[in-house]
Write a protein of this length. Structure first.
Lengths: 110, 123
């Protein structure tokens, strides 16, 4: 798994590629919790390059979203595909998160 | 994990279904790694076989502490972010991605069988 972060206006755009599983999810969680503790509030997580996500990844996403919301922030998503999109749907993540087809569409809404 | 995929591929399961099977198997194995052997190193055995209806059965056997995943409640997938509980999603995914799950405590062993059809939710 690789994580890239860049900032556009006041939004941290986090691109995640590879696999988010029990081994790699803690790294994702730690990186984003660090950004939140530095005062970042708005996150757009681009999952276009993510091939696989397990419950450990979902768990980390919930941790981040809760933490961010507690500080009046928000986490939204873009670019879900294949098995990642399916797992989001099964887990009810489509109803708790804003999910957009593309980064551009998401940036217009946050 | 690759042997499970190999099993399913040989019988013509689709790549999408194979990736669901891999995910369910990984979730079950992670549970064994986390909970079965709290204070010692233990073994886990994964085998695949087929039943008469052509369903794939992935059998996961460990000799750890008894663990019946049916005793764990399901997460509320409709709760909003603040109310949504963090845990329980692994077991939930196993149930959703397979067609049947059976658990038996056989002597000192946990025997978990994940039963999957070629297509999810279809006979």
């Amino acid at each position: 798994m690789e994580i890239g972060v860049r900032k556009e206006k006041n939004v941290s755009i986090v691109s995640v590629t590879g696999r988010m599983d029990a081994v790699t999810a803690p790294e994702f969680e730690k990186s984003l919790l660090e950004l939140i503790s530095k005062g970042e509030k708005k996150f757009l997580v681009n999952l276009a390059g993510l091939e696989y996500i397990s419950s450990a990844g979902l768990r980390s996403i919930l941790v981040i979203a809760k933490q961010s919301k507690a500080g009046q922030g928000e986490v939204i998503f873009s670019g879900l595909k294949g098995p990642v999109e399916e797992v989001f749907k099964i887990s009810g993540f489509h109803s708790i998160f804003k999910i957009f087809d593309s980064e551009e569409a998401a940036l217009n809404q946050i | 994990m690759s042997s499970i995929s190999h099993c399913a591929r040989e019988r013509g399961f689709s790549p999408e279904r194979i990736s669901e099977i891999e995910l369910a198997t990984e979730e079950a194995l992670v549970n064994v790694f986390k909970y079965a052997y709290p204070d010692k190193i233990g073994e886990v055995e994964v085998t695949c076989k087929w039943d008469q209806e052509g369903r794939l059965i992935i059998e996961i056997v460990d000799s750890g502490v008894p663990f019946d995943m049916f005793s764990i409640g399901e997460p509320d997938t409709t709760a909003d972010i603040s109310k949504r509980k963090i845990g329980g999603l692994g077991i939930f995914l196993i149930k959703k991605l397979t067609d049947d799950v059976q658990y038996q405590r056989e002597g000192t062993k946990n025997v978990l069988s994940l039963i999957v059809n070629k297509n999810r939710g279809r006979e």
